[in-house]
Design a protein around this ligand. Structure first.
Ligand SMILES: [Zn+2]
Length: 252
């Protein structure tokens, strides 16, 4: 067994036996891991954290070389996000980030940039008032870092860069020019403004996007296209999105 110290965001926690937890953690140095926290529910000295989901902790864990279930021997809470816990919409958005990480990142694959991105968004959500399209901004930044990034700067089939009209192909993962539409009959029309919006979000820092206004037709298309793209690649139902949808309908 190897012993490691790292930072971890709690994705999920389940009771295990009489006194323990089974946890899924997204760590800064080892990616996503599954672990057992023996005796953590007894609040013994080694555990200054109760492993609540959406918290940032410093942990020590023993890496099992025989199985993918490791053992957390020590954990301390570094920060939690009180405003996310208090506000249902912020909580829904943070839960979506956690669900997306849980679904899209394979176990044991280190990705420090995505860890930092998640931390940045959680802190931002906690400290700031509502920012429009924050879920889509997270999705674009996440896709950019995770290797799923949709190709928008040239036609995915013929690599031509000169086109005014385009369609988005979920299967091919990017834009098709007019000449290549028939390579995916399910490709979806996409406004130039949506392409420009995605490119702007990709290269702009989160804090500088606070005053960025997206007109409603683009906002709707952006949400649809990213949703379908992520669903196409991951194929899962997000509970947090159902929750946010109900919340939105209740507020209309
Ligand atoms: Zn083409």
């Amino acid at each position: 067994m190897l012993i490691h110290k790292t930072d971890a965001i709690v994705l999920n926690r389940r009771d295990y036996r009489e006194t323990s937890y089974l946890v899924s953690l997204f760590t800064s140095d080892f990616g996503k891991i599954h672990a057992q926290a023996k005796g953590a529910r007894r609040k013994i000295d080694k555990f200054g954290s109760s492993f609540s989901p959406i918290t940032h902790n410093a942990i020590v864990f023993y890496e099992s070389l025989k199985s993918d279930l490791h053992i957390v021997s020590q954990a301390d809470l570094i920060e939690h996000f009180p405003n996310i816990d208090k506000n249902v919409e912020k909580f829904g958005l943070a839960s979506y980030i956690i669900e997306l990480i849980s679904a899209a990142i394979p176990f044991g694959e280190k990705n420090r940039e995505i860890f930092d991105l998640v931390m940045k968004f959680l802190k931002f959500l906690d400290k700031n008032d509502k920012i429009n399209n924050i879920a889509q901004i997270f999705e674009i930044k996440f896709l950019d870092l995770s290797g799923f990034k949709p190709r928008l700067d040239y036609c995915v089939h013929c690599t031509s860069q000169m086109f005014t009209m385009s369609k988005f192909s979920y299967v091919l993962g990017g834009l098709l020019c007019e000449k290549c539409y028939n390579f995916d009959i399910n490709a979806h029309n996409l406004m130039q403004g949506t392409v420009a919006t995605i490119e702007h979000i990709e290269k702009t820092k989160l804090e500088d996007l606070q005053s960025f206004k997206i007109i409603s037709s683009i906002s709707v298309e952006l949400e649809q296209i990213l949703r379908r793209f992520i669903d196409f690649h991951l194929g899962i139902q997000f509970k947090s999105l159902e929750f946010l949808k109900k919340l939105r309908l209740a507020n209309v």
